[in-house]
Design a protein around this ligand. Structure first.
Ligand SMILES: NCCC[C@H](NC(=O)CCC(=O)O)C(=O)O
Length: 445
């Protein structure tokens, strides 16, 4: 039986904009009110996804969400026709309107946590949508995310979909951005690493002073229980609170794993040596590559600016690993020098491929934020909705669809334009037909 790790990238939605909504995410704050290009953003994402499919990897796409989210605006008391709701919100509560217009579901690393069947007791792939409670604009994603995941992985024989965790800060859950999996082969049982920012029920435990720690230990433990993981195959690691305060709002800004490689910054974790020993122990003596990047070579600021660790590490069909990096890594002298050196270290990582995903980067989302990993065997892959899988036909269709429906530019003031509702719904309605998703959006019910 063949095994794959498929990447499901988030298709960037028609309202992609820079609203400065993510306190603690430096890029989001720095680019607040800049003019975005939804069309360029969607095309950059499609190009990366297609390039990975062309490298011989399993690659899918996840549909974006309905924005502006009029359902939420009505729920908080704005009434009338769609245009009236938008108009009133724009005048009376512009910050809430901005939160209801974000295309943030594009960062599918935050869509859910996924545990492959090799790790779970019932032998199914488990999905739990992230509740994303730390940020208002993201907390409105999980229900539709669940609908989209269920329409994409639509076979209950292989896929088990859970409800998102309770919507309270004690269970702050950011999905796969704070989760990585180590294994010798994708189809073998692996070690699931859950990296949390704080313990909600232990006020004396360390936590950041300035920026929020979005993921809690309690949420990570709940996911491990729901996904039927063994203690022997789960490791809970605290993210270093000092680096959260320097802009590392998710673990995938400072560490990434693939198969037997863990690539991380020296300052990423609390109790690093102890945790590495636990991982090695649970890995049953099999070979592991811990690639630690020292501060002396790449400082935290360079890591945050370039997104060195928000790279994807993928295993190519020939068994070598490649790093999928944003072009921002080439533009940073220290990081570029490090990556050029990394491929000579004798680790499984042999190549680096650079992609321009700047539209997403300007909101703090790199190549790894844009994808949700799902390790699958060939039977499970065959059970995925085939219309979501990347190939020449889907790539061409989606590019044409973007050309037809997306704006070249979007400024914050444009979010109050009622025409944007019509454009966005028309686009999404057509998309659900292209990807054969059924009625996943509120406006279709
Ligand atoms: N994994 C990357 C997530 C990036 C995302 N940025 C945002 O939501 C920025 C939106 C804005 O500011 O318009 C976040 O911080 O959760």
């Amino acid at each position: 039986m063949k095994h794959y790790e498929a990447n499901f990238d988030g298709l960037v939605g028609p309202t992609h904009n820079y609203a400065g909504l993510s306190y603690g995410n430096v890029a989001s704050l720095n680019n607040a009110a800049a003019v975005s290009s939804p069309k360029a953003a969607a095309k950059q994402g499609l190009k990366k996804a297609k390039a990975l499919a062309d490298l011989g990897l399993a690659q899918g796409m996840l549909a974006p969400q309905e924005r502006p989210d009029l359902h939420t605006l009505r729920r908080i008391g704005f009434s009338g026709t769609d245009a009236e709701v938008l108009n009133k919100a724009a005048k009376q509560a512009p910050a809430l309107l901005r939160a209801c217009c974000s295309a943030s579901s594009m960062w599918t690393a935050n869509a859910a946590t996924v545990s492959p069947s090799a790790d779970t007791h019932d032998g199914k792939i488990h999905f739990t949508p992230a509740n994303l409670v730390d940020k208002l604009h993201r907390s409105i994603e999980p229900v539709t995310t669940g609908n989209i995941l269920a329409a994409t992985f639509n076979n209950s024989r292989y896929f088990h979909h859970h409800q998102h965790l309770p919507e309270h800060v004690s269970f702050g859950d950011e999905g796969a951005a704070n989760h990585t999996r180590l294994c010798s082969e994708y189809g073998h049982a692996g070690i699931e690493l859950f990296v949390y920012g704080q313990e909600a029920t232990n006020p004396s435990a360390p936590k950041p002073k300035k920026y929020p720690a979005r993921q809690t230990l309690e949420a990570s433990q709940a996911i491990a229980r729901l996904h039927q993981l063994d203690d022997e195959s789960s490791v809970f690691i605290q993210q270093n609170p000092d680096v959260i305060d320097q802009g590392v709002f998710h673990n995938d800004v400072i560490a990434v794993g693939n198969q037997n490689v863990l690539f991380y910054h020296e300052q990423a974790f609390v109790d690093t040596q102890k945790k590495l020993a636990e991982i090695q122990d649970k890995f049953n003596g099999k070979a592991l590559h811990f690639i630690e990047v020292p501060t002396a070579k790449v400082g935290i600021q360079d890591a945050v600016k370039s997104y060195l660790f928000n790279t994807q590490i993928v295993t190519l069909p020939n068994g070598e690993m490649a790093i999928i990096a944003p072009t921002n890594c080439q533009e940073n002298e220290a990081v570029y020098a490090y990556l050029n050196e990394l491929v000579t270290f004798g680790t499984p990582i042999k190549q680096v491929h650079y992609f321009d995903v700047k539209q997403s980067m300007q909101n703090g989302g790199g190549p790894a934020c844009l994808r949700l990993r799902v390790a699958m065997n060939e039977t499970e892959l065959a059970a995925v909705n085939p219309n979501t899988l990347m190939n020449d036909e889907l790539f061409n269709r989606l590019n044409l669809w973007v050309d037809k429906h997306y704006r070249d530019e979007l400024a914050i003031k444009d979010l109050a334009d009622p025409q944007l509702i019509i454009e966005s719904r028309t686009a999404l309605d057509e998309l659900t037909q292209i990807m054969k998703l059924g009625s996943v959006y509120q406006f279709q019910k």
